[in-house]
Design a protein around this ligand. Sequence first.
Ligand SMILES: [Zn+2]
Length: 555
Amino acid sequence: MKRTYLLFSALLITCSVSVAQKKKAAVSKNNFPATVKRPKLVVGMVIDQMRWDYLYRYYNRYSNGGFKRLINEGFSAENTFIPYTPSYTACGHASIYTGSVPAINGIIGNDWYDPQAKRNVYCAEDSTVATVGSNTMAGKMSPKNMLTTTITDELRLATNFQGKVIGISLKDRGSILPAGHAANAAYWYDGGTGDWISSTYYMTDLPKWVKDHNKEKLADQYFDKNWSTLYPIDTYTQSTADNKPYEGKARGEETPTFPHPLKLYKGKNYDMIKSTPYGNTITLDLAKLSIEKENLGQDDIMDFLAVSCSATDYVGHQYGPNSVEAEDTYLRLDKDLEEFFNYLDKTVGKGNYLFFLSADHGAAHVPGFMSENKLPGGTVDDSPFVKELSTLIAGKFNVKNVISRSANNQLYLNHQSIEDAKADYEAIKIFAVNYLKKQNGITDAVDISKVASSTLPEPIKKSITNGYNADRSGDIYMIMPSGYFEGTGKTGTTHGTWYPYDTHIPCVFMGWNVQPGKTNTTHYMTDIAATLAAMLHIQMPSGCVGSPITELTHQ
Ligand SMILES: [Zn+2]
């Protein structure tokens, strides 16, 4: 026994000596980096409403330099999900960049009900700031409602504010939330004027290069081109026929069909460019210009450009995921992406920039398309039964106007009225939940504060819990069947649920320190910021709940 022990100890000593020698050798060779290795530029790209399946649905028709290059040169986390509901634009952008969930970062919807103010609050509204670059109200925006830091804020902190951060998107929330609180600038599109604008939160005047760019009125130039399909229309075999009654018609158009006569809008309606592929093109035009004019990625202190392409969302809402318009928008975005990558290669240098692409949410198929193909889907109009529920509670509990608002699949109860009537809040919630469960179009309803003890399946529990912020969320959550959403419209579609068509998103990294590959392990939207923090060697955002995608970081 003793001999064995001695022998074992001797072995251990030998082993540790050899490890120590190896370590010593490594140190003496001095092959550790003298400085922290970081890229010159990080480019984040969020494609608004890009379902994961679009990576492959149109793959055969993508060019070699756009999405195909991204998939083949990059690392794709194929099973990346949004871990909360509602899956809306503001929540998605905030979650990607904060690595956090609405419960913590506070962005629980594009807007939500504020019982104190008795009105809806918009995610990026800020009455204390003014528009810079136009005379409209479109610039009274800032990130003040976002309660945690972003990965872009952390880059500013990690570089002692020497690394630049710029956000760009057609949508204010798609620019402001990713750029974070400490951004150098955020620009968004004012549909009222056709100009790129900002707010006094960031600056007192637009830089000259933005003003000069606005003078070019690119939107008018794109309107002149009209919108025809990129390839002959009979080659769009991934889409339904062009003329379908469940597609939304653009203003001034007789049918929802190609060619879309954009010349109608020239000099008149600059908003209309948002629901055409040119909305993405003008966004990337500004993104490229910002790299040149702000010298992004030109020195050793890393910068961050956060771009969001929103036209995909407007097109998707109006025409639906199975439309020729959606297919053409992605084929055109693919061309824009190729040009953007080529531009980055030329100005920042291949291998000097880290690029990632993801989406803020996906989308459901259009209900009309689903029923046409015998697939489950539809709309639910909750207003009649919400009204009836209010009347029933008034009769039973003697509380007037008990429902303040129905928003984001949640009912906001009027706490003040309940208190004034000295009624039983818990009993009212139980009554409401039992009533709602019986309504057509509602699969289940739950008291949000008691989700954990409900009979809901785990993924739904987790989604609702992560989306619940005690200060900003409602009291009761209503769950609709797969394929269904709240509304009365006969055309177009939306998103917002926990279901995979709304929450399965692309997550692909490419460029600096990225080995090509993919993983089918489940990851979450919140892992993107954690992965960036690990790769860039900077602190993760203040409310980050994600983990690095270790298949990519190799750690
Ligand atoms: Zn949307």
